[in-house]
Design a protein around this ligand. Sequence first.
Ligand code: NI
Length: 135
Amino acid sequence: MKTAIYRKSNFCSAHRLYRKEFSDEQNLAIFGKCSSPNYHGHNYTLIVKVVGETDPETGFVIDMKILAQLIKEHVEDKFDHKNLNLDTEYFKTLNPTAENIAKIIYEILRPKIDARFELGIRLYETEKNFVDYPA
Ligand code: NI
Protein backbone atom coordinates (compact mmCIF):
# COMPACT_ATOMS: atom_id res chain seq x y z
CA MET A 1 0.00 0.00 0.00
CA LYS A 2 1.17 3.51 -0.75
CA THR A 3 1.28 6.39 1.73
CA ALA A 4 0.44 10.05 1.16
CA ILE A 5 2.55 12.70 2.82
CA TYR A 6 1.69 16.39 2.90
CA ARG A 7 3.71 19.57 3.23
CA LYS A 8 1.90 22.79 3.98
CA SER A 9 3.16 26.27 3.25
CA ASN A 10 1.90 29.81 2.85
CA PHE A 11 2.50 32.69 0.54
CA CYS A 12 0.96 36.15 0.28
CA SER A 13 0.48 37.50 -3.22
CA ALA A 14 -1.37 40.20 -5.08
CA HIS A 15 -3.39 39.52 -8.19
CA ARG A 16 -6.05 40.77 -10.50
CA LEU A 17 -8.43 38.59 -12.49
CA TYR A 18 -9.56 40.20 -15.72
CA ARG A 19 -9.60 40.00 -19.47
CA LYS A 20 -8.10 43.05 -21.08
CA GLU A 21 -10.64 43.07 -23.88
CA PHE A 22 -13.49 43.39 -21.36
CA SER A 23 -14.61 46.65 -19.76
CA ASP A 24 -14.16 47.17 -16.00
CA GLU A 25 -17.93 46.55 -15.67
CA GLN A 26 -17.74 43.23 -17.54
CA ASN A 27 -14.72 42.16 -15.53
CA LEU A 28 -16.49 43.04 -12.29
CA ALA A 29 -19.55 41.04 -13.37
CA ILE A 30 -17.43 37.94 -14.13
CA PHE A 31 -14.57 38.10 -11.65
CA GLY A 32 -16.17 40.10 -8.82
CA LYS A 33 -13.88 41.82 -6.33
CA CYS A 34 -10.89 39.90 -7.73
CA SER A 35 -11.10 42.15 -10.82
CA SER A 36 -10.35 45.28 -8.77
CA PRO A 37 -8.14 47.31 -11.16
CA ASN A 38 -5.44 48.16 -8.61
CA TYR A 39 -4.90 44.57 -7.46
CA HIS A 40 -5.43 43.07 -4.00
CA GLY A 41 -3.85 40.35 -1.91
CA HIS A 42 -4.65 36.85 -0.73
CA ASN A 43 -2.98 34.74 1.94
CA TYR A 44 -2.65 31.49 0.03
CA THR A 45 -2.21 28.16 1.75
CA LEU A 46 -0.55 25.48 -0.33
CA ILE A 47 -0.64 21.78 0.48
CA VAL A 48 1.62 19.58 -1.59
CA LYS A 49 0.79 15.86 -1.51
CA VAL A 50 3.29 13.17 -2.47
CA VAL A 51 2.12 9.57 -2.72
CA GLY A 52 4.50 6.63 -2.89
CA GLU A 53 5.87 3.52 -1.25
CA THR A 54 7.60 3.98 2.09
CA ASP A 55 11.31 3.24 1.74
CA PRO A 56 12.08 0.29 4.06
CA GLU A 57 15.54 1.67 4.86
CA THR A 58 14.55 5.21 5.85
CA GLY A 59 10.88 4.82 6.70
CA PHE A 60 10.23 7.87 4.49
CA VAL A 61 8.14 8.19 1.34
CA ILE A 62 10.21 11.23 0.44
CA ASP A 63 12.55 13.26 2.65
CA MET A 64 10.38 16.09 4.00
CA LYS A 65 13.42 18.42 4.19
CA ILE A 66 14.00 18.01 0.46
CA LEU A 67 10.30 18.53 -0.33
CA ALA A 68 10.18 21.62 1.92
CA GLN A 69 13.24 23.07 0.20
CA LEU A 70 11.78 22.46 -3.28
CA ILE A 71 8.57 24.27 -2.30
CA LYS A 72 10.47 27.14 -0.73
CA GLU A 73 12.84 27.65 -3.63
CA HIS A 74 10.46 27.14 -6.53
CA VAL A 75 7.12 28.36 -5.19
CA GLU A 76 7.43 30.54 -2.08
CA ASP A 77 10.47 32.48 -3.25
CA LYS A 78 8.80 33.12 -6.63
CA PHE A 79 5.31 34.01 -5.42
CA ASP A 80 5.52 35.34 -1.84
CA HIS A 81 5.07 39.12 -1.58
CA LYS A 82 4.84 39.35 -5.36
CA ASN A 83 2.23 40.62 -7.73
CA LEU A 84 1.39 37.44 -9.65
CA ASN A 85 0.28 39.33 -12.78
CA LEU A 86 3.24 41.69 -12.95
CA ASP A 87 6.15 40.07 -11.11
CA THR A 88 6.01 36.44 -12.26
CA GLU A 89 6.59 34.97 -15.68
CA TYR A 90 3.52 32.70 -15.44
CA PHE A 91 0.58 35.07 -15.38
CA LYS A 92 1.41 37.67 -17.99
CA THR A 93 -1.42 36.35 -20.12
CA LEU A 94 -2.90 33.62 -17.88
CA ASN A 95 -5.42 34.69 -15.23
CA PRO A 96 -4.01 33.96 -11.76
CA THR A 97 -7.10 32.12 -10.52
CA ALA A 98 -6.66 29.48 -7.82
CA GLU A 99 -7.20 26.88 -10.57
CA ASN A 100 -4.39 28.27 -12.73
CA ILE A 101 -2.01 28.90 -9.82
CA ALA A 102 -2.44 25.29 -8.64
CA LYS A 103 -1.79 23.99 -12.16
CA ILE A 104 1.33 26.16 -12.53
CA ILE A 105 2.65 24.96 -9.15
CA TYR A 106 2.08 21.37 -10.28
CA GLU A 107 3.96 22.03 -13.52
CA ILE A 108 6.83 23.67 -11.62
CA LEU A 109 7.20 20.83 -9.10
CA ARG A 110 6.36 17.79 -11.23
CA PRO A 111 9.73 17.56 -13.04
CA LYS A 112 11.59 18.07 -9.73
CA ILE A 113 9.98 15.09 -7.97
CA ASP A 114 10.79 11.54 -9.06
CA ALA A 115 8.23 10.16 -11.52
CA ARG A 116 7.53 7.17 -9.26
CA PHE A 117 5.70 9.52 -6.89
CA GLU A 118 2.20 10.80 -7.46
CA LEU A 119 1.93 14.56 -6.91
CA GLY A 120 -1.12 16.57 -5.88
CA ILE A 121 -1.55 20.29 -5.29
CA ARG A 122 -4.21 21.77 -3.03
CA LEU A 123 -4.39 25.54 -2.96
CA TYR A 124 -6.55 27.61 -0.62
CA GLU A 125 -7.24 31.12 -1.85
CA THR A 126 -9.43 31.73 1.21
CA GLU A 127 -10.43 29.47 4.09
CA LYS A 128 -13.58 28.57 2.21
CA ASN A 129 -12.32 28.41 -1.39
CA PHE A 130 -9.75 25.87 -2.48
CA VAL A 131 -8.85 23.76 -5.48
CA ASP A 132 -7.12 20.45 -6.15
CA TYR A 133 -4.92 19.86 -9.18
CA PRO A 134 -5.11 17.29 -10.56
CA ALA A 135 -8.69 16.61 -9.42
NI1 NI B 1 -8.58 37.77 -5.55
